[in-house]
Each structure stands twice: as C-alpha cells, then as structure tokens.
Design a protein. Structure first.
Lengths: 637, 254
C-alpha cells in the first residue's frame, strides 16, 4: 500500500496557511462536548494538553512520572532553534528549513519541515510570554549560540538547561488548565494499550502505578506524546522510564511504524565505565562551540593529554571538515569518533573515548566566560567522572540519544488509525535520518502548541462519532488482554532479572544495529533477539504483586515490548540498502567513508504494519518528493 | 581511583501509606566507587530479586540531576552528604568501606509515603496549579524581543527557575515548610516583566494553598538552602515575603 501523507497543494511557503484555512473548525461552544486523551507530558504532550484545553476541549492527560514536570524533555540541555535572524547573519525560514532537510540526509518530508521552520519563531515568542528565562545580552535582548549542522547562530538557550525551562513553561500552562478544571491530570499511570472501536482510536487502558488497578478511559481522540525508543539499547541518554510501549501497542493495533532503524547516536556523551552502569549522560552539543575534539596522532599513545604536544594531536574534525569543523552534524561527528577509536587512537582506560578540550577557549575568553556558558555542564562532568574539565580535557564518546523513527503520521500528525495523533519524538515526521541539535525541542513544541490545535479540530469537525463508553466491548476486551499479560509476566518465575535481559538486548543492538551496520550482523542480531525473547518469557523473574506499587513489573512490561520492537528495527535496517544519516550500512559508503544514499531506490519513508504475532511485518512505502531542494551528497567540508 | 567498598545499609521499608514502616539492614558488598548512589541501590535490588525478595522501591528517572524525581534522606541529609547534588549524581567515591548508611524517605506531613522510599509529592503540583504560571494562552504572544529584560534580571529569574521540584527543601526543614520551593517560583515570575500583572494574585493564592496543604511555616532555619541540590538561595523566600506583603497590603487581590 502506498501511504498518503495528505500534504496540501500549492507552493511550499503557502501550504500551511492554506491548510489551516481549509481545515474545518469546531465551533467554540461545541468544543466542550469533545474529550481528548493526551498521553505523555513532555514538551509535545504538555504543550498539546494546555493548548487544547485553552481552546475549550475536555482534556485528560496521563503520565508515568509522579508529576508532569518530570517528563524527559526536562533533560534537554543545549537549546532550541528558531529562524528569528536576530543575529543578522542571514538566517531565514528557508535556511532553517534547508539545513534541517539536509541535516536529515534528505529523508524527511519537505512540507512538514517547512512548517516546522515557520512555526519556530512563534515558539520563542510563546515561551518568552510564559516567562521562560532565556539567556540575554547586556542590552536585554535574547542571546543566541551555534549548533551543529548550521553556519548561523539560531539557537536560543537558558544556560545548559533549556529543556527544563521550556518544559516548565509548558507544565505551568498545563497546571493552569488543571487549576481551571479543563484538564484532568492522571500522574503515575502507564498506558498499557490503545482502544480502537469502530476503526477509531477511542480510548486507552492504563495501569495505576500506585494501586496496580487497571483503568479504562474513553475519548473522541487520543494523542500520543510518549517520546522515543532509545532505551532499546539499554544504555542511552534517555531517562530510565523512557520506553516504546505506548507506541508499540498502537502499532499492534494498526498504526504503522516508520523508519524504526533511524536512531541518533550523539557524539558528546560521558563514556561507558562499568557493567553496573544504568545510563549514559550527555554533554551538550553546545560544548562543541568552544571545545576542540582531538585524539593523539599515534595509535596507542598512553601519555596524559597535557603531555602530548600540539603537533602530535589530531584535531580530526577540524582538518577533515574545515568549514564546519567541530560543529558537523551529530551523525558525522559520532562516526568519526568511532573511526578514530577503531584505528586505536581512542583515549582513556577503555580506549573508547576522544578528547573535548577547552584549553584554547579558556586561554582566549577566560575561565569566567566559559564558566558562564557551560558551568553546570562542567560541574555535572566533574561529579560523574571525578575529573576537573577546566584543567584536563573532557573525555567523550557517542551514545544513543534520540530516535528519528516513530509512528507514521500524515501532515495532520494523524497515524494510520483514525483519531490517533502522534506528536514529538514519538512520531517520525521531521528529522529524516538525522536530527540536528536544538531541533527536538522545536519540534515537540511546534507539534503541541501550533499544529495539533488546528488539525485535531479538522478531524473532529469532519468525523461522526458513535457513543462509546468504557462499558463498550472493545474496552473490556483490551483491558482483559492487558491484565492477562501482567499475570503472565508475574507467573514466569524464572531465574534471570529483567535488567539482565535488557542489558543483553542492548548489547546486541549496539553491536549490530548501532553506529555502523552490515547485513550479516543484522541477520545475526535478528536470530539473537528471537532467542533472547524466547528465553525472557521462560526465565525472567518478576517479583512482587500486581495490585501494588511494583517497579519490577513496570520494567518487565517495557522490556518485553523492547524485545519485540528490537526485531522491527533490525528488519527495517535490513530493508534499507543504502546509508543515510544515522543509518550507516558499511556496504554503502563513499571513498571518504561518508554515508552514500541511493536516491533512486530508497528516497522513501519505510512504514511497517503489524500482521499478527510472530508474523513478518508488512512493508509500506511513502515516496519522498523533493520539489524545492536538490538532493546532493551532504558535504560539511 | 576506582576501588570496591563494602557498606551496611539501613533502609526504610514500608508496604503502603497506612502500614507501619521499619528500618531493614542490608549488606552491600563489592560496590564500585564509580557507581552513582542509585546504581548502588540497583545492585542491591538485583541481588534481592535473585533471592526472591522484593526490591526496595525508590523513585528515579533522568539520573542526570534535573528531573527532580529521585531523593532520599541519607544519614539525616536529603540527597546525601555532597552539597549541591541530587542523589542520582552522588557517587560512591564519597563513601568509605565499612560505612553504615541510613536511608529514609522524605518525611513531611504533606508528603505521604507510598512505599519504602517513594513519597507522594503531588502537593507541589497543587501549589503551582493555583498560580505558578503566567496566564498567556497559546497564540497571542508579541515578538520575543519586544520587551528587553536586563541580563541581571534574567539571570536572577533563571537562578530561581532552576528549582527541580524534588522536595528536598521540605524534607530538610524542621517545620516541613515549602517556602523555598514556593519562593523560587514566585521570584522567578515576579522578577520578569511578563509576570508582574499577576504577581499579587499569585503570591496570595500560592501561600494560601501551601497552608491548606499542611506545609509548615518558615522560621529561618536555612536548612532548605543548605540541602537544595540546585543551591536555590533563601533570598527567594525574602522576595516571596515581599510579594506576599505587597499583595496583602497594597493590592485589592485577596
């Protein structure tokens, strides 16, 4: 089946305006007759909940954390892009659009990305109005900094905690609506399944994480804002509770999953240090504004960094990519770090690290200036590693950070299930095969504040709804299936912990479906995942009870879904016989070891549909048509 | 230098909000000093799981010190002994082999224990719901540079806005007061020109809600500031008091 993205006609720059005019409206007085469920309270979910409630809809919002303010958007550090051109460098909506399409290695939809660039400016305005304390210059105007993949400074930031401040802005807007009674907030609830009745998404089944009760909630539409699936790798920069379950359950109910193999490995993270390690910590990309990446020229050089003279250092990004230097996009920077380490030039105890050195910046601008820009990041580094980055270079290595793939959505952000909308990292739409820095915050807020309020109205206005309540059979059946699965998990009574399984799954994915892939390895990984999954259902141990606060059970359910989802990633990677962005198949590279795309055969979105347990997923294609940009080999030289 | 240490843990176990809790002792042997505190608890929990015993319940999520989910009182100090550090960012290199660590949940009238080290902090959200925001509906905002804000003001607002809402200030306070949490939010918004129109209503409503929820009063013990993992200054409490007084005396808002 070929997918229809419902992209409006007309010139690129007018599509969104035209579409907003063509969308049917719901009369202000009628909005209160419609219930909308929002799952997740990160930037997308928080912004969507607040904005929909402001319009008058009845919103029910769910999150797994104890408070909506804790969603993982909070951990984003560096900043948020916008095409304001406050710096007078020649930025524009068109340039932001172009950089994002190119950065994504030409695997994103033109129309979506253009809309994103248009909306980017409204987001900054909205956030300032909410009281987000962005960094400012001495004159009191907003400050900007640079991020990878761009040659203009268009990134707005609030110290090293931009995600926190933007999320607290969305959270405050959400809390205001809770106070006004327009949003009903359900914290510590985990979505276990989606309820589809008469072909429409009409509700969800959740587990109350305190009491263990299974609850059902009905609505006229469901909005998933449940984030990415990076934790399939076990070690990632994601929060511990980040998971694929909500998206994956939607996939099993009929939503297509697009480009699952597109994962972003972020170049600047604190390296792995022990087998007990539970997560990896990102060091913001903004550090590459002032930090210089290098390794010793000689493989196996064990001298301390200060003892390696300047001419024996290889500033490989600066020499290989003179025009972008240390600010090449993430996929390029990550692959180069891996390449250096593979050549034996890695540093530190494990030899899986490169230096990120601030000595020159400190000499140039003074320690105080550096402290002002990155103080909290340096402090975090010091806490984790016990080393002082003002005196000795940081050691960094790539780590799983973001997933560009996600549930397939059309231009309205609606999935292949009527009434199921997917926002933020959970959808696939805007970043192609590689996301540029400071674009995730932009997309989450664009979807939540400025896209869904219009498109959901268009859906509701044109749809006839039958009366569906939680007494409906579809709800009862779905709830029963969820309970059965919990019972099954608690009944395995094996000998291996869920974390142990998760760790092994992650290692398989990192080794064979990580920064570089090849078909042989992917085939092997597929078999290993299947075996591990079988063992999981025979030998996992999940202690505790179902009607109780039980974190082991929560994790078991999420890991069980990762076990199935991992295979879908591998299947997708095997089917894409090219390299692009985060998907680097070793068989397809240029002479300079850059990703080589095959635009004749793979200029499309690969969307997969579920066909039944243990059956091959079905492939569907959405061709990507580029009318406004020319497809070129990405070059950052 | 990485080494392995042995610890004795005395951890609060409590089955539910109404149950009686007790300190249970665990031997945590062979703990790498490179581990974070929560990774140490992970190791203990993995061992308990394999012994078919129920793991210790504790809240945690980002493990980067920013989400505010984690927190426990370690040897009498919220988030443990290291200043300006959340529990997830506290590393075991700050402990010695042979140490005994007493680990307890936040204790405050407004925070009920859910299980073991997990408490209900929804009272913090409730205070925000009555006024911890600027009423700016999506869509109507003027250009972001329309109102210049002096860098110093923006920095002060940011200092206050850095609060992660973990509740350590409440746990640290002998009166279980939430004044630092509240002061941080009221300051953040009152400092900025965008927040001024609602400043009086905000301060009055949030303080009223704090009292209603059962938090205690501030008696200038300064424990909150000493234990805050983001080192939020008590100047924010002074600013809250000023805003509250202005609201009660100078404004018609009640």
């Amino acid at each position: 089946m070929q997918l229809d993205a419902k992209i409006p006609g007309g010139p690129l720059a007018q599509k969104w305006d035209r579409h907003r005019f063509e969308l049917k409206l719901v009369n202000p007085a009628n909005k209160r007759k419609f219930d909308i469920i929002v799952v997740g309270t990160g930037l997308a979910g928080g912004a969507a909940s607040a904005s929909l409630a402001e319009l008058g809809y009845n919103v029910k919002t769910f999150c797994i954390q104890d408070s909506p303010r804790r969603a993982h958007s909070i951990a984003a550090q560096g900043g948020i892009n916008a095409a304001k051109n406050y710096t007078n460098e020649g930025d524009s909506i068109w340039r932001l659009f172009y950089d994002t399409v190119k950065g994504g290695d030409f695997r994103a939809r033109e129309a979506n990305v253009y809309r994103l660039a248009q909306i980017s400016n409204n987001i900054i305005d909205q956030c300032v109005a909410q009281g987000v304390p962005f960094a400012r210059d001495y004159g009191g105007l907003l400050a900007n900094r640079s991020f990878g993949g761009a040659q203009v400074s268009r990134t707005f930031y609030a110290r090293g905690q931009t995600g926190q401040q933007l999320l607290l802005g969305a959270y405050s807007a959400l809390m205001r609506q809770v106070g006004l009674g327009k949003v009903q907030m359900f914290p510590r609830r985990e979505m276990l399944d989606l309820v589809v009745a008469n072909g429409q998404a009409r509700g969800i089944v959740v587990r109350n994480l305190i009491t263990g009760q299974i609850e059902t909630h009905a609505a006229h539409a469901v909005v998933l804002c449940t984030g990415g699936y990076g934790n399939v790798f076990f070690l990632s920069t994601n929060a511990m509770a980040s998971n694929v379950s909500a998206s994956f359950k939607a996939y099993k109910r009929g939503a297509y999953f697009a480009n699952p193999c597109f994962t972003q490995i972020h170049p600047t993270c604190i390296p792995v240090h022990g087998t007990y390690q539970s997560k990896l910590t990102l060091m913001s990309e903004s550090l590459r504004n002032d930090g210089r990446v290098w390794v010793p020229k000689k493989p196996g050089d064990n001298r301390a960094p200060q003892q390696i003279p300047e001419d024996e250092r290889d500033y490989y990004l600066e020499s290989k990519y003179p025009s972008f230097g240390n600010l090449v996009p993430r996929d390029v920077a990550s692959r180069n770090a891996k390449e250096q380490c593979d050549m034996g030039k890695g540093v530190g105890e494990t030899k899986l690290a490169v230096y990120l050195d601030f000595a020159d910046a400190i000499k140039r601008d003074g320690r105080e200036a550096i402290e002002r820009k990155y103080g909290n990041l340096f402090q975090m580094y010091e806490k984790i590693t016990g080393e002082d980055p003002y005196g000795t270079p940081m050691m960094i290595y790539p780590a799983v950070h973001y997933t560009m793939g996600g549930l397939w959505v059309d231009y309205n952000l609606m999935s292949t299930i009527d009434g199921l909308f997917v926002l933020g990292e959970a959808n696939f739409s805007d970043h192609g095969a590689n996301r540029l820095g400071a674009s995730a915050l932009m997309q989450g807020l664009a979807d939540g504040y400025f896209v869904i309020p219009y498109t959901i109205g268009g859906y509701i206005a044109r749809t006839s709804f039958s009366e569906v309540t939680p007494d409906n059979e579809a709800f009862k059946d779905t709830a029963r299936e969820a309970s059965d699965r919990i019972e099954k998990l608690l009944g395995i009574n094996g000998k291996r912990t869920v974390d142990d399984f998760h760790r092994q799954l992650g290692q398989i994915m990192w080794d064979y479906c990580g920064m570089a892939r090849n078909n042989q390895g992917l085939e092997k990984a597929r078999g290993m995942i299947q075996e591990l999954r079988t063992e999981f259902w025979q030998n996992a141990v999940v202690p505790g009870d179902d009607k109780d606060f039980n974190q082991s059970l929560e994790r078991a359910g999420r890991v069980a879904d990762f076990m199935e989802f991992a295979e879908l990633m591998v299947i997708d990677a095997l089917a894409r016989l090219e390299s692009c962005g985060g998907h680097f198949n070793e068989a397809y590279q240029t002479e300079e070891n850059e990703a080589r795309r095959d635009d004749d055969n793979f200029c499309h979105v690969a969307a997969w549909s579920h066909t039944g347990p243990d059956k091959e997923p079905e492939f569907h294609k959405e061709p990507l048509i580029f009318e406004n940009v020319e497809l070129t080999q990405r070059s950052y030289k | 230098m990485t080494k392995n240490i042995n610890l004795t843990l005395k951890i609060w176990r409590q089955k539910g909000p109404e149950a009686t809790g007790t300190l249970e002792t665990f031997e945590a042997g062979d703990i790498s000093t490179d581990m974070s505190f929560l990774e140490m608890l992970d190791v203990v929990n993995e061992r308990l799981t394999l012994e078919n015993r129920e793991p210790i319940a504790f809240d945690h999520d980002c493990r980067e010190g920013i989400c505010g989910t984690c927190g426990a009182v370690v040897n009498g100090r919220p988030h443990g002994p290291q200043k300006g550090t959340t529990l997830c960012q506290l590393h075991m290199r700050h402990f010695e082999s042979g140490d005994t660590l007493v680990i307890e949940p936040w204790r405050a009238r407004a925070f009920k224990v859910i299980k073991d080290l997990v408490v209900d902090r929804s009272a913090l959200d409730k205070m925000i719901q009555v006024g911890g925001y600027i009423s700016a509906n999506t869509g109507g905002a003027p250009d972001a540079n329309a109102i210049p804000i002096p860098q110093e003001t923006a920095d002060l607002a940011m200092d206050a806005a850095a609060c992660i809402g973990c509740g350590a200030c409440v746990a640290a306070c002998p009166n279980a007061s939430a004044m630092l949490f509240l002061g941080a939010k009221v300051s953040h918004l009152a400092l900025l020109p965008q927040g001024k129109p609602e400043a009086a209503r905000r301060a009055a409503a949030m303080v009223r809600e704090m009292d209603r929820l059962g938090f205690g009063n501030c008696s200038n013990e300064r424990e909150c500031e000493a234990e805050c993992p983001k080192e939020i200054s008590i100047i924010n409490i002074a600013r809250l008091n000023r805003e509250y007084l202005k609201a009660r005396i100078l404004s018609t808002v009640r």
